[in-house]
Design a binder for this molecule. Structure first.
Ligand code: ADP
Ligand code: X2W
Length: 260
């Protein structure tokens, strides 16, 4: 029997703070899986939850090239917001809609090797694929893995990994298809119009021109990196449309297709 290629969906954290969006999106997953059953993994961010928590604690937070500078005294709160609140809110909605989720981090079962990216960023991790055994076992049993972007180094240090970078490591780990969903319809040009397709040269130009910035610059770089590694196009689209998964499975165009 041939194994079906898993689908990894990366969900930006704003989904969790947008009224009704998570319920609608998990509903969309249900109808997608009914029509197109296949192994599915959710990887989620939660940057906005981190922002809210740090602000409530009276702490400031900055980003460098789209990555959050994470001082050692802030990593416990980042872990709480991402591996705790965000992960368990996703789990709760999946359970409420009858799915069978398993909440994980990048460290569980040695899924990813995480090392400190740059001492200037503090507890921010670089993430590489390591051991797919746990995910393969869960998918074979029809569980729905829901993975936060918290990692742990070989020395036992907690690390904050950008969730797009976590998603590409997991896509490489499973040789999976990857869909990156954010709060925008896809990558927009200087006139705020959707760009249907992007290659590395055009992407580099848009970043250099300041049209693709912040978190989206991190996302496109990650998407092109994994597209080159697994030789597949990566779609960047919006979680606002619960029908998106069915539309894409039916061959309809949506979002931006990045191909290395
Ligand atoms: N060219 C662009 N097209 C679309 N969004 C862009 C672009 N440049 C910057 N952005 C910003 O990137 C954001 C998405 O990145 P990010 O906030 O990191 O998403 P997520 O949390 O979903 O991973 C958008 O909300 C938008 O503000
Ligand atoms: C190092 C780094 O930047 N980590 C991110 C992790 C969460 C994330 O990526 O969330 P979104 O996908 O919702 O943006 C952060 O702390 O915001």
């Amino acid at each position: 029997m041939t194994q079906q290629v898993p689908l990894i969906i990366k969900l930006g954290g704003a989904l969790l703070e947008t009224e009704g969006a998570l319920t609608a999106f998990i509903g969309g997953i249900q109808s997608f899986l009914k029509q197109f059953p296949r192994p599915l993994v959710l990887v989620h961010g939660g940057g906005c939850l981190v922002d809210d928590l740090l602000k409530a604690l009276g702490k400031t937070s900055t980003k460098k090239n789209g990555l959050r500078v994470t001082p050692l005294d802030q990593i416990p709160y980042v872990v709480g917001a991402l591996a705790g609140t965000a992960n368990k809110q996703m789990m709760a909605e999946a359970i409420a809609q009858g799915l069978n989720p398993v909440g994980l981090s990048l460290a569980d079962g040695g899924l990813c090797e995480v090392t400190q990216l740059d001492p200037e960023l503090g507890a921010v991790g670089d993430c590489k694929p390591k051991n797919p055994a746990l995910l393969k076992a869960l998918l074979a049993q029809n569980f729905l893995p829901v993975i936060s972007s918290i990692g742990i180094t070989a020395q036992g240090e907690l690390m904050n990994v950008n969730a797009d970078q976590a998603a590409i490591a997991l896509a490489e780990l499973l040789d999976a298809d990857l869909l990156m969903l954010s709060d925008v319809v896809g990558i927009l040009d200087a006139n705020k119009q959707l760009i249907p397709e992007l290659d590395p040269a055009k992407t580099e130009q848009l970043v250099a021109d300041g049209v693709i910035t912040d978190g989206m610059a991190v996302k496109v770089k990650a998407a092109l990196q994994v597209s080159a590694a697994i030789q597949k196009p990566i779609v960047v689209a919006s979680w606002r449309d619960p029908e998106l998964l069915v539309k894409l499975a039916n061959g309809e165009a949506a979002g931006t297709r990045l191909q290395a």
